[in-house]
Design a protein around this ligand. Structure first.
Ligand code: FES
Length: 84
């Protein structure tokens, strides 16, 4: 957990990751945060291409880089992080 107690989510917004699923992943994250009323608890930001396009789409949650990310993966990671 970062120092300010917030969960940080960084979505790669490079064209490769965006086309491979981060457009959908971003919508999913926004929807998830809204449903759970968590918008204030989470720092959501975008990143430029991280030069790892081949294994994208990438999302980083609390400093951990996830590859080949799907909405189901994000849901599982966030559920687990929020429980802990
Ligand atoms: S577009 Fe995400 S790593 Fe290149």
């Amino acid at each position: 957990m970062p120092e300010n107690g917030k969960i940080t989510i960084t979505v790669c917004m490079g064209s490769s990751c965006f086309a491979r699923g981060n457009a959908e992943n971003l919508s999913f994250i926004e929807q998830y945060l809204k449903e759970k009323g968590l918008e204030a608890e989470i720092d959501l930001c975008g990143a430029r291409c991280e030069n790892k396009c081949a294994t994208g789409p990438h999302v980083t949650i609390n400093g951990v880089l996830y590859s080949g990310v799907t909405p189901e993966m994000i849901r599982a990671v966030l559920n687990k992080t929020l429980e802990g």
